[in-house]
Design a protein around this ligand. Structure first.
Ligand SMILES: *[C@@H]1O[C@H](CO)[C@@H](O)[C@H](O)[C@H]1NC(C)=O
Ligand SMILES: *[C@@H]1O[C@H](CO)[C@@H](O)[C@H](O)[C@H]1NC(C)=O
Ligand SMILES: *[C@@H]1O[C@H](CO)[C@@H](O)[C@H](O)[C@H]1NC(C)=O
Ligand SMILES: *[C@@H]1O[C@H](CO)[C@@H](O)[C@H](O)[C@H]1NC(C)=O
Length: 293
């Protein structure tokens, strides 16, 4: 089967994938190809394999953006069916910490549900996996990057904080959603026009600068294992999120875009903006140097 797939043209594979996605998305919300435990290729669920350290260790960039969008579909009763779970969650996330957006007609509960939902679905797994990737990683495992600096450890968590989608969302009657899920793809793939499906996007000079830096950080990471190259037009001072031996939440995350760009610790995060958290996973494989176990 693998040989057959490898012999197909990329276009053929892509067409089949899009067809299957489109014809089944009403039943699976677009999640066609999720990991399936088959006892052969995948021996256990990914959370267990992560906790057991059974995965390939390599430098990764993991990140994204909290997206309140799904809160319109999921409410407390819909997402969390057990009353006890709802009570526990309300204790962990006091409703007073969330403000309504009256201009956008969105309630505090909307933002609250969105935060809980995304923390469970995407933020926590990102920290779990990012930390597992560097767990048992010591100073001895560090190595010299092509620019001469020492690379430890190779997990770069980010939170994206800038978007060109605000006018598009407003034109679709979806104001108040902030920096939505997938906002970073425009900058990573370096093409505003491609994402201008509504015809109302207006990138600023700050967006153009960010597009250069982000696309170059991602391509630098793919070739050198580092998202920052000094003296080049990449995002600057983006360091590994974990020091050797650090606990899972003893972490720093790079805030990409917005007014406070740069490394930020998880505590700074909390006080800044509770809605900052990891949403999509972008794994850029790093093939050239792989000194990791
Ligand atoms: C605001 O949202 C509520 C609840 O979703 C809805 O009933 C109401 O019609 C909305 N008001 C406006 C002005 O859109
Ligand atoms: C951006 O995408 C559009 C549409 O696919 C394409 O025509 C254009 O050449 C791309 N621009 C760049 C800079 O790659
Ligand atoms: C977006 O589309 C509109 C309408 O086609 C066009 O006027 C505008 O220049 C486009 N902007 C970008 C950045 O592609
Ligand atoms: C995100 O950007 C906004 C506006 O640019 C800023 O007010 C906010 O502090 C930023 N959040 C973080 C965590 O840097």
């Amino acid at each position: 089967m693998l040989a057959c797939l490898r012999n197909l043209l990329l276009e053929t594979l892509l067409d089949i994938t899009i067809q299957q996605h489109d014809s089944t998305s009403s039943q699976n919300d677009g999640d066609v190809y999720l990991p399936t435990v088959d006892g052969d290729f995948l021996l256990s669920v990914s959370s267990e394999l992560t906790c057991q350290g059974r995965f390939v260790r390599m430098p990764v960039i993991i990140g994204g953006r909290c997206n309140p969008f799904y809160a319109s579909e999921y409410n407390y009763g819909g997402v969390f069916t057990h009353q006890i779970t709802i009570e526990n969650l309300l204790g962990l996330y006091p409703i007073e910490d969330f403000n309504p957006n009256t201009k956008a007609n969105l309630s505090a509960e909307f933002y609250h549900t969105a935060q809980v939902f995304w923390d469970i679905l995407l933020a926590c797994p990102s920290f779990l996996f990012g930390h597992a990737m560097v767990d048992e990683f010591t100073e001895d495992d560090s190595y010299e990057a092509p620019d001469g600096s020492v690379l430890v450890p190779p997990v770069f968590l980010y939170s994206f904080n800038q978007t060109i989608f605000t006018p598009s969302l407003e034109s679709l009657g979806l104001a108040g959603l902030g920096v939505i899920h997938t906002s970073e793809l425009v900058y990573i793939y370096a093409n505003f026009t491609l994402y201008n499906t509504t015809g109302v996007i207006h990138p600023t000079s700050s967006d153009f600068t960010l597009l250069n830096q982000v696309s170059r950080s991602w391509s630098s990471f793919a070739t050198t294992g580092r998202p920052t190259i000094r003296g080049k037009d990449t995002l600057q001072e983006w360091k590994g999120s974990y020091q050797p031996g650090a606990e899972m939440m003893d972490v720093s995350v790079y805030v990409v875009g917005g007014s406070d760009l740069g490394m930020s610790t998880s505590t700074e995060f909390d006080s800044h903006d509770r809605s900052i958290i990891i949403a999509t996973f972008i794994f850029v494989k790093f093939h050239k140097i792989n000194p990791l176990r």
